[in-house]
Design a protein around this ligand. Structure first.
Ligand code: IPE
Ligand code: IPE
Ligand code: MG
Length: 262
């Protein structure tokens, strides 16, 4: 393997850029890819390892995916890292994940800056450990002026909580007399979401074969194309991403209309 990334887990993005595979049409790439990174626990169990080892391997899959999306010219990648429901997991697993997020972010921040990635964390960040919150603030500030791929990491994210918070903010402005309810439209509502300013995902990938949204981007995925793969997240690689993008490019997106005349 020529890619330093494959052998050096201490750097996020390095080595030569990967050219766009010939099977893909540059002009019809999704501008925004969202991914539900699922199957870490099963990946570990199949190897007789503790679940948390699957999360460690999952970080490498995310780095690979970010690198490829960036190289191939995809504008934004949004990854589901921790849901509002994931607090229901055993305390040890939750603590491991929080420590992992902190360690990885610390280690990768320089590489993210070098590659001009813009990183943001979407979700209710207040319940996260203080050290992680500080790192998130630093990473966001240090990369916000970059012009590379927009990388959104959904952490303590829940679609319903996001919608409720957006509705509450609008209601408060109405109550203060600042806002006329008749002026609330889809754009005004979307401004209150964590994704404000980001375009809706064109493609949603879910790994490990589960056919559900698990409270992910309920508003934003309204017209996304769905690609569900049996591949477990730690095994998600270039071939798996290519398969998702080829699948995406085979779709006719109608947005409620009809196919153009042949
Ligand atoms: C996804 O993998 C990672 C997180 C939700 C943090 P899982 O941990 O859900 O793996 P499975 O679904 O149990 O295999
Ligand atoms: C969704 O995966 C959340 C993340 C990938 C962070 P889960 O493994 O938590 O989803 P369910 O519980 O199977 O629906
Ligand atoms: Mg899961």
């Amino acid at each position: 393997m020529s890619r330093a990334l494959a052998t050096n887990s201490h750097s996020l993005l390095r080595g030569a850029r990967q050219p766009l595979p010939a099977a893909l049409d540059q002009a019809r790439l999704p501008a925004h890819v969202a991914v539900i990174m699922d199957g870490n626990g099963r990946w570990a169990r199949r190897r007789g390892l503790p679940r948390v080892m699957g999360h460690r391997a999952g970080v490498e899959a995310l780095k690979r995916t970010l690198r490829l999306c960036s190289d191939w010219g995809i504008g934004a990648l949004t990854a589901y890292a921790f849901s509002t429901e994931n607090w229901n997991r055993p305390g040890e697993e939750v603590s491991f994940l929080m420590a992992l997020f902190e360690r990885v972010l610390q280690r990768e921040l320089e590489g993210l800056e070098r590659e001009r990635v813009r990183i943001r964390f979407l979700g209710d960040l207040a319940p996260l450990p203080g050290g992680l919150q500080q790192l998130i603030a630093e990473a966001t500030a240090r990369t916000q002026a970059n012009d590379g791929i927009r990388f959104n990491v959904c952490t303590n994210y829940g679609g319903r909580a996001e919608l409720v918070a957006a509705a509450r903010r609008l209601a408060e402005r109405v109550a203060r007399g600042e806002l006329d309810p008749a002026s609330i439209d889809e754009a005004a509502f979307a401004e209150g979401l964590h994704t404000a300013g980001e375009r809706d995902p064109d493609l949603l990938i879910r790994t490990s074969g589960e056919q559900r949204l698990s409270n992910f981007l309920l508003w934003q995925l309204a017209y996304a194309e769905l690609h569900i793969t049996e591949v477990l997240w730690p095994d998600f690689d270039e071939a798996a991403l290519l398969a998702a993008l080829v699948d995406y490019q085979s779709r006719q997106r109608r947005f409620g209309g009809v196919d153009p005349a042949p």
